[in-house]
Design a protein around this ligand. Structure first.
Ligand code: SF4
Length: 219
């Protein structure tokens, strides 16, 4: 973990991340995975953890969910350069499996202690990038932001403000959920269209949203 002396830059943060051995996930990973640097991106998309393909290529969302991501950007009307993509946990969580596509391991959800141990990396990453909007993909990142177990089915598509990082949060289903459950597709697509609209409003009228916050605090 790099010292928090100012100014910490993204390249230093990334170089230190690649060396991290703070939890057991370092034992089976190929590499720690983070996003491609963007200066003050409009949108920070936050997934759960790298999968097998991401672990091998060192890029988030390059597996099957990556194809859905391209559709996502098109639907939301966002440009790739406006979006930074990363995960709550930076190394692939695995379990032994004889049927693993990528080596002798299969993916699994990150454990609470792995999320906690890895969290300082995400905290620094958010401070370094200062996005306007954080899009959580699935239950793990939403629970991280809310600080408690949170069901995406209840919160998807409803923006709220996260004071810790001065950022709007927009919860979405994880794109991979659509691979296994097509019934979520219509809700997901509507959420993504609304997200695109929200981004454009946030950019065009930032003072309106600031005012909403002031009113919210008074209530
Ligand atoms: S998951 Fe996070 S804490 Fe664990 S080894 Fe990877 S970077 Fe370090």
């Amino acid at each position: 973990m790099p010292e928090e002396k100012k100014p910490l830059d993204f390249a230093t943060w990334l170089a230190a991340l690649k060396q991290c051995r703070r939890c057991r996930l370092c034992e089976t990973r190929t590499q720690a995975v983070a996003g491609e640097y963007r200066e003050k991106p409009m949108v920070f998309m936050l997934g759960e953890a790298p999968g097998g393909r991401e672990d091998q290529e060192g890029r988030p969302f390059c597996g099957q969910a990556g194809g859905i991501l391209d559709d996502f950007l098109r639907l939301a009307g966002l440009k790739r350069e406006e979006v930074y993509i990363s995960n709550v946990v930076k190394c692939r969580p695995t379990r032994p499996s004889s049927r693993g596509i990528y080596g002798s391991y299969a993916n699994r959800k990150p454990a609470p202690d792995e999320i906690k141990t890895c969290s300082p990396w995400l905290e620094l990453e958010l401070r370094l990038l200062s996005p306007k909007l954080l899009v959580t993909l699935g239950g793990v990142p939403l629970s991280y932001v809310m600080g408690e177990s949170a069901a995406v089915g209840r919160y998807h598509g409803q923006a709220f403000y996260w004071r810790t990082h001065n950022v709007w949060v927009y919860p979405l289903y994880h794109p991979a959920a659509l691979i296994y459950d097509a019934s979520k597709k219509a809700a997901y697509e509507q959420d993504v269209r609304n997200l695109g609209e929200f981004c454009r409003e946030l950019t065009a009228n930032p003072e309106t949203w600031q005012q909403k916050l002031v009113e919210e605090r008074k209530a």
